[in-house]
Ligand binder design. Structure first.
Ligand SMILES: Nc1ncnc2c1ncn2[C@@H]1O[C@H](COP(=O)(O)OP(=O)(O)OP(=O)(O)O)[C@@H](O)[C@H]1O
Ligand SMILES: [Mg+2]
Length: 630
């Protein structure tokens, strides 16, 4: 037997089976910003319009301070024009009386407020839409990731990405981002308006900006690090919780609640510690900023007093400057605090971006309707429509060819199938036997191309998955001992791709003997199926899954009996499936009870991933049984 040079003996043992949660160090990559750009691209024009409205809104609102300044100066001109302390008003305000000043103030405020509200609502709605787009695109790609990804990533980590990371991103980008921009607008407007009042105040504002930036830089790396750790620290406890929920009955039967609780509280404590560390870092940063603002306020007061004494600035403009400098301190502080929160949301974007860019399984393609132009292969729209109805094989049964198949779950794990090479004729019924761990289920995984294999081919009627992976997979139907049903309706569970008429669904149910049962259900095909089919009996679940396979109309049927502990009713259903429902199809049956296999045409005996024997049942079974007893 020829095979790749690597043998199980020389295969390096993996250091870790599970991938470590990446915490991403350093700057955000260009790709992260690119993903954000993809999200906002379709609405850039609209969102720019709202941003302009927002900027004008803030400008109008803040310009009130300047108006009041001019109003004050107009009094100065009226009461003490000869003192020399008054400065002239701009042309437009000459002859303005109090009523006109008041009227202007009310008008400007109302207009500014309306524009601001318009901006806030419009921007937040659009921004939320953009983030949802990112989420949809990530989900689309995650559903096509290689199965190894789901093997090596604990479910809690995946759930965290889709709940908490997405939550963080949504919380900031879907609303407060408008606030963040409003602060940026405020700061820009203040700079503009204060220079309009007197350019002499500019150096003070620049100094405040620089000092705040310095404090931000001092804290930035620590804050980034703590936030990333916090975000990564959530998954282990969620993973543990998810696992415990799934295994709740087993834990109870073995009375191991205390062990699981202890582990949960240990993981949770670790997470809470990290939470405290993160809050501490945020608090330290916030305190430093507050202290700086207070200091700057004092400094401005002295500087302002000094300049007014020398007649460099008017009294009105001094009021304007004070208002803005007081405001800018708070705004700058808020700016950096928001910026830090923005970073937290960026950590979420970074993680979502990671899922967005991962390689999808070989042979898979993204639907033509995908929006983000990532490096993944994509269906052409017409090709996609054509393939939807394409069958790999037109006949009711097909041959299965396995050529020199070498398979392992990942490059750092040993081979579990070693050079399998055989053929199954169209319509043949082939049983597979072998000790536990001999590679039977792995063979099914290879048949479906669920994992890429390094060498060899699996062909159905001479065709591989080259035409299209989905079309190839549709040619094989899997009946598992543990039927997989999803939360939804009976109709959705029977017809996952919504491709069949009700008449066909009812026909399939009739064939498996479930029609009467269905008619007794109040909502018929729309009756609910709970999570994993919890509200159905084991037999009903199994029959529903068999009806689903009948509807798939696949030329090859695979049945994987995971354990020998099948209850008699299930066994009867499986036997009926092979003899009755799928009698005219090519069948591959993995069974533990040899009685199930007597009616097969041939049996393949797998031993440690290799073919020990492939022959008729009467020849093979006695030899196999003898070794089992030995
Ligand atoms: N997802 C996986 N990742 C890594 N190794 C795996 C994975 N699934 C199975 N294996 C390993 O592959 C080998 C073959 O397992 P497989 O499930 O094919 O055995 P089997 O013949 O179906 O056994 P059983 O009769 O118990 O169902 C085993 O050593 C198992 O540990
Ligand atoms: Mg198995």
């Amino acid at each position: 037997m020829s095979g790749p040079a690597v043998t199980p003996m020389s295969t390096p043992t993996p250091k870790r089976y599970l991938d470590r949660e990446s915490t991403f160090r350093g700057r955000y990559s260009r790709e992260v910003f690119q993903s954000l750009y993809f999200s906002y691209k379709p609405i850039l024009l609209k969102i720019s319009f709202y941003l302009v409205c927002g900027f004008l809104g803030r400008l109008f609102l803040l310009a009130n301070a300047n108006l009041i300044g001019f109003w004050v100066d107009s009094y100065c001109l009226r009461w003490a024009a000869d003192s020399g302390a008054c400065q002239s008003l701009p042309e437009v305000f000459t002859g303005f009386d109090d009523r006109r000043f008041l009227f202007l103030l009310v008008g400007v405020t109302a207009f500014g407020f309306l524009l601001t509200a318009f901006y806030r609502i419009g921007f937040s709605r659009l921004s939320a839409e953009a983030v949802s787009r990112l989420y949809d695109e990530v989900t689309l790609r995650t559903s096509r990731l290689p199965i190894q990804f789901f093997d090596t990533n604990p479910v809690g980590r995946i759930v965290t990405r889709f709940s908490s990371d997405y939550g963080n991103v949504f919380r900031l980008f879907g609303g407060p981002l408008a606030e963040f921009f409003a602060i940026v607008f405020d700061l820009t407007c203040m700079l503009l308006l204060v220079s309009l009042a007197s350019p002499l105040y500019l150096p003070i504002i620049v100094l405040i900006g620089l000092a705040n930036y310095g404090i931000y830089r001092l804290n930035r790396d620590r804050l980034r690090h703590e936030r990333r750790e916090l975000s990564a620290g959530r998954s282990p406890s969620i993973a543990h919780f998810a696992e415990s929920t799934q295994g709740a009955s087993t834990i109870r039967i073995f009375g191991r609640q205390a062990t699981f609780l202890r582990r949960f509280s240990r993981l949770n404590d670790r997470f809470l510690d990290q939470r405290l560390r993160t809050s501490g870092a945020v608090l330290r940063f916030s305190m430093q900023m507050s202290a700086l603002t207070a200091l700057m306020f004092l400094f401005t007061a002295f500087a302002g007093y000094w300049m007014a004494q020398r007649g460099w600035v008017s009294i009105g403009s001094l009021g304007v400057a004070f208002t803005f400098i007081a405001l800018s301190g708070t705004s700058l502080q808020m700016f950096f605090e928001w910026f830090a929160q923005f970073e937290e949301a960026m950590t979420g974007v970074e993680r979502m971006n990671d899922y967005l860019r991962r390689k999808i399984e070989p042979g898979a393609k993204l639907p033509a309707a995908r929006e983000f132009p990532t490096d993944h292969p994509v269906y052409d729209a017409s090709e996609e429509a054509r393939l939807k109805g394409t069958r790999l094989v037109q006949d009711r049964c097909a041959s299965v060819t396995i050529e020199d198949l070498w398979f392992r779950y990942s490059p750092d794990l040993p081979y579990v199938l070693k050079g399998l090479d055989f053929q199954i004729r169209p319509g043949e019924k082939v049983g597979i036997v072998g000790r536990t761990g001999s590679g039977k289920t792995s063979f099914v995984q290879a048949l479906f191309h669920l994992y890429p294999f390094e060498r060899g081919r699996v062909l159905i009627d001479g065709c591989g998955p080259d035409l299209d992976l989905a079309v190839f997979r549709r040619a094989i139907a899997l009946i598992s001992q543990e039927p997989t049903l999803f939360r939804g309706t009976i109709r959705e569970n029977l017809d996952l791709a919504a491709m069949n008429t009700d008449t066909r669904l009812l026909e399939a149910l009739d064939r498996v003997g479930l029609l009467e049962w269905l008619q007794a259900q109040p909502a018929g095909l729309d009756s609910p199926v709970e999570e994993r089919g919890r509200n159905l009996s084991a037999g009903e679940k199994q029959l529903l899954c068999i009806a689903r396979c009948l509807l798939q109309d696949a030329p090859v049927i695979v049945m994987d009996e995971a354990t020998s502990s099948v209850d008699p009713q299930s066994e009867e259903i499986l036997v009926r499936a092979t003899r009755e429902f799928f009698a005219d199809r090519t069948q591959i049956i993995i069974a533990h009870r040899l009685s199930t296999l007597i009616h097969c045409d041939r049996i393949l005996w797998l031993h440690k991933g290799e073919i020990r024997m492939f022959d008729k049942p009467d020849k093979l079974l006695p030899v196999f049984q003898a070794t089992q007893l030995a």
